[in-house]
Write a protein that binds this ligand. Structure first.
Ligand SMILES: [Zn+2]
Length: 247
């Protein structure tokens, strides 16, 4: 099963927060997008790995994601070992994505930077013929390396290489994030503790950020990305002719 885009997330909900609008836009235009969650989010203060898994399924429906795997590499651990790299390489060789989107290089939550570093190593090693892997049926897999790797923004802002227009997809992104209803904008917390992300204020900040980066690029809402192995390669200037922001 060939994917156009494969998105990596250290925790279920990271993909939605970082690039849920981009995913929704891509699937709407007919692209096949998959998500690989590196952990089950079992160390989260609210919810459980079971609620998180159900919430991820709902988010998939909202965003039009047809392939999602959880590698269960250990929330708060995520060691960059050959064993963990192989688990990622097997998925990359199976789905052969043209573009991979991974988390921020550094962030408030240490799992984010650690997950990104593990994914970047695995994506490179996935192209090495002398690292053997096999599929579920035991058939040896061919090496594969994506042509492009992007980083989505997480909690801490970075200086992006480009902003993608998600103006038409902000509502979908919002619904995909709210699918994780144990985590975000929780109106009735019950006995569960308040967290960094559970308040309405955190949720409002998400839209403020989408609007801020959107505004800088001349859109209503945007998602900001870094291009790994910068500079970003362009083969045509069409992107500039198709968009005329007020300057
Ligand atoms: Zn996370």
């Amino acid at each position: 099963m060939k994917l156009d885009v494969l998105v990596f997330a250290s925790h279920p909900d990271d993909a939605e927060l970082g690039c849920g609008g981009t995913i929704a836009s891509l699937t709407k235009s007919g692209k096949k997008v998959g998500v690989i969650d590196l952990t089950k989010g079992e160390m989260g203060s609210r919810g459980t790995e079971l609620t998180r898994a159900k919430e991820a399924e709902k988010a998939n429906e909202v965003m039009g994601v047809s392939f999602r795997v959880n590698l269960d590499l250990g929330d708060s651990l995520l060691p960059n070992t050959r064993e963990n790299q192989i688990k990622i390489i097997e998925q990359v060789r199976k789905t052969r994505p043209h573009i991979c989107i991974t988390g921020a290089p550094f962030d408030r939550h240490p799992d984010h930077g650690k997950g990104t570093s593990l994914v970047l190593d695995a994506l490179f090693y996935s192209g090495l013929r002398k690292i053997p892997t096999s599929d579920e049926a035991g058939t040896p897999q061919e090496p594969w390396r994506p042509s492009h790797i992007l980083h989505y923004m997480q909690d801490r802002p970075f200086d992006p290489d480009f902003v993608y227009d998600i103006s038409e997809h902000w509502e979908t992104k919002k619904q995909a994030i709210l699918a994780f209803n144990t985590q975000f904008n929780v109106e009735e917390p019950g006995n569960e503790p308040e967290t960094y992300i559970s308040s309405e204020n955190y949720f409002k900040q998400l839209e403020a950020r989408a609007r801020y980066f959107g505004h800088l690029a001349g859109f209503t809402h945007g998602e900001a990305f870094k291009y790994y192995l910068s500079p970003t390669p362009l083969r045509s200037m069409n992107v500039f002719f198709e968009h005329a922001p007020k300057r």
